[in-house]
Design a protein around this ligand. Structure first.
Ligand SMILES: Nc1ncnc2c1ncn2[C@@H]1O[C@H](COP(=O)(O)OP(=O)(O)OP(=O)(O)O)[C@@H](O)[C@H]1O
Ligand SMILES: [Mg+2]
Length: 374
């Protein structure tokens, strides 16, 4: 799919802005603070993704304004659709969002399937050594983008965890009975099982495309092969720029028995101690955890491998290439890393941002439509 144009009104630092993208490659150059990342954030929002840096939707609306609008024209195999996201501020406190496709109001889940983007930003380079919650957020926003069912279940799961945690505290204070947990536990198990399964499937995909994975025994490998073959595309197999790399999902078990066994501990802690909200994943290179044993360059190459695999995963899931957005990453990468990224740029519409034109590889600039922000 391609995004042909983007229109912004009172979005972040922009009062009014119109951008026409090249269907293949656009490079946006602008000094720090000129709004490059904000433009990519608007593209993400049209794809139904909220970036991690948003604390409240109020942040999205230009300071002191009461409404904002993002508009985009997306094309999929020649069919164009106008996507609109309206944001209205109420009481200076909260924002109501409304979604439209070709001026017809849509539910969020229906709107979100019209555009798709994979963003690669410098913050991603911290995935290996960053916090588990950073990795989980990354994983969730990827899976939510391609899988409505995941989106529904993770949303429900997180709400139930919050309700259950409140109940745990009330039980601790003697204001509620332990048996009240039964209801929430059942629902937690129901949604948690789907979240766990879909996360595991993604990691099977990651490690399958990786190929020749030293961490898997042959039986484990054939197992993971059979279940990920559903996700496999026959024509385009992806190879990581780093060999002997494995992405290991560490799932925190969620079962009825464990919930019952942990009940008293959960009550004492006032939080739910196990389940998918405690999952994490690790980047392993030659069986060593890169968070502890990887050089900075190796960690970056591992993240690059993950991002490139994500691009293939999204392509497979939505049966089309998503937009690739590279947010000022070249200045952070050495030549080895740059080559790995450049090899994929021509496969889909790509939007590159940079603060300085010199940090963009020359071979990209030659082919790109260049837009300058001031
Ligand atoms: N709600 C808002 N209203 C007005 N301005 C905002 C709002 N949110 C963010 N900004 C401004 O947008 C600017 C940041 O834009 P952005 O992060 O897109 O810049 P950038 O071009 O990516 O910069 P860099 O090169 O440093 O990454 C900041 O100056 C910030 O104050
Ligand atoms: Mg930026």
């Amino acid at each position: 799919m391609e995004l042909l144009s983007l229109g912004l009104k009172n979005f972040r630092n922009f009062s009014q802005k119109k951008i026409d993208f090249d269907p293949k490659l656009t490079v946006i150059i602008g000094p720090n603070g000129s709004g490059k990342t904000n433009i990519l954030e608007a593209v993400l929002l049209l794809s139904g993704v909220r970036s991690a840096k948003v604390e409240t939707d109020l942040d999205l609306v230009k300071f002191a304004k009461s409404e904002a609008k993002i508009e985009g024209e997306a094309a999929e195999i020649g069919v164009k659709n106008k996507l609109t996201l309206n944001m209205q501020v109420f009481d200076e406190r909260f924002v109501k969002k409304a979604y439209f496709v070709n001026s017809i109001k849509k539910r969020f889940a229906d709107f979100a399937s019209f555009a798709s983007v994979v963003v690669f930003e410098p913050a991603d380079l911290d995935l290996v050594a960053g916090t588990p919650s950073f990795r989980r957020h990354h994983l969730d926003s990827l899976l939510c983008q391609v899988d409505k069912d995941y989106w529904r279940n993770i949303g429900a799961y997180q709400k139930i965890i919050a309700r259950r945690n409140k109940l745990l505290i009330r039980i601790m204070e003697g204001k509620a009975k332990k048996a009240e947990l039964d209801f929430w536990d059942l629902r937690l198990l129901e949604h948690g099982a789907i979240v766990s399964k879909k996360r595991a499937e993604f990691f099977e995909f990651l490690n399958f495309v990786e190929g020749g994975n030293a961490l898997y025994s042959s039986s484990e490998r054939s197992e993971s092969r059979s279940s990920s073959s559903r996700l496999r595309s026959n024509d385009k197999m992806w190879t990581a720029p780093m060999s002997d790399l494995a992405f290991i999902l560490k799932q925190s078990e969620l079962s009825r028995e464990k919930l019952l066994r942990n009940r008293d501990r959960d009550i004492a802690a006032g939080i739910t101690l196990s389940g998918p909200h405690r999952d994490d994943f690790r980047f392993m290179h030659k069986k060593h955890d890169l968070a502890y044993f990887g050089s900075r360059g190796e960690q970056r190459m591992a993240v690059l491998s993950l991002k490139l695999a994500e691009l293939e995963f999204v392509s497979l899931k939505i049966k089309s290439r998503p937009i690739l957005a590279l947010d000022d990453i070249f200045s952070e990468l050495d030549w080895n890393h740059r080559r790995a990224v450049l090899s994929t740029v021509s496969k889909q519409q790509t939007i590159v941002t940079a603060a300085e034109v010199d940090s963009v590889p020359k071979q990209l600039l030659k082919k790109a439509k260049v837009i300058e922000l001031v």
